[in-house]
Ligand binder design. Structure first.
Ligand code: NAD
Length: 264
């Protein structure tokens, strides 16, 4: 049988290193036959991203900072020139000042609120605007979110507010782009130890808590998020858009874990 992603071309934004969730999704898409372009933010990360991209045969490793309109324009101009079309986009980008990823949400500053919203939420819309004209035969866009959008999680603070807005953006973009055959979905991943996650206060405790209290009694891997990513990027999910899909060992379904189960 034809590989699931044969003939499909996509862009992956948000690989920082081989621990990145975006890398888990990239590997799954590449293994299934997709052709990939990667972006990196800043020269320090280029040194990490380039060898990873080359290991999956990617010809495009482009700089992109989502706070810079010209840098986003340039990425899509390059892809338009080289490919002329695009089938999918993975948005795995978030940022907040780590001084505000601890303590109380109440203390959030205006400047960090705006910066967090800009990089972690608006960037999906800014990138979707540029991807849409290239997705001539339809397409699939995914982003990454977290349960802190739905419920209060300690230390997640302004990032939880940004993820709530991101999830709402997924629904509005799905409505706008659906008539063009472009689907927009989010994967709500359980906690995973990555560069971005290391900025969140008490992250090791959050990992342990999820391990002890989720139905599967363990944390998820970037390869498991990659599997769900492959589903959303491929035609397997052709009837699905505007969805927020949890890959979190079932943590979001639990009200309270029975004590004997938690101890088992
Ligand atoms: P990561 O550090 O590997 O990836 C974050 C990426 O965001 C990096 O590649 C970084 O370069 C990029 N980025 C930040 N600011 C940028 C900017 N201005 N322009 C362009 N890129 C920028 O960490 P990750 O955990 O893989 O994060 C990927 C996504 O997954 C994020 O949206 C994150 O919120 C989300 N997520 C993470 C977890 C987790 O526990 N790790 C759980 C749920 C959701």
């Amino acid at each position: 049988p034809k590989p699931l992603m044969a003939g499909k071309k996509g862009i992956i934004l948000g690989v920082a290193n081989d621990k990145s969730i975006a890398w888990g999704i990239a590997k799954a898409a590449s293994d299934a036959g997709a052709e990939l372009a990667f972006t990196y933010q800043g020269e320090a990360l280029e040194r990490r991203v380039r060898p990873l991209a080359e290991s999956v045969g990617s010809k495009f490793v482009l700089p992109c900072d989502v706070t810079d309109e010209a840098s986003m324009d340039s990425v899509f101009e390059t892809l338009n020139g080289a490919w002329g079309s695009l089938d999918f986009m993975v948005h795995a980008i978030a940022f907040s000042d780590k001084d505000e990823l601890k303590g109380q949400y109440l203390q959030t500053t205006r400047s960090n609120f705006l910066r967090t919203m800009d990089i972690s939420c608006y960037s999906l819309t800014a990138l979707a605007q540029r991807a849409a004209p290239l997705m001539k035969d339809g397409g699939s866009i995914i982003t990454l979110t977290y349960y802190g959008a739905e419920r209060v999680m300690p230390h997640y603070n302004v990032m939880g507010v940004a993820k709530a807005a991101l999830e709402a953006s997924v629904r509005y973009l799905a409505a706008d782009m659906g008539p063009s055959g472009i689907r927009v979905n989010a994967i709500s991943a359980g906690p995973i130890k990555t560069l971005a996650a290391s900025g969140i206060g008490d992250f090791r405790y959050i990992l342990k808590w999820n391990e002890l209290n989720s139905p599967l009694r363990r944390n998820v891997t970037i390869d498991e998020v990659g599997g769900a990513g492959l589903y959303f990027l491929s035609d397997l999910s052709s009837g699905v858009t505007g969805e927020v899909h949890h890959v979190d060992s079932g943590y979001h379904t639990v009200g309270m874990v029975a004590v004997d189960q938690a101890d088992a």
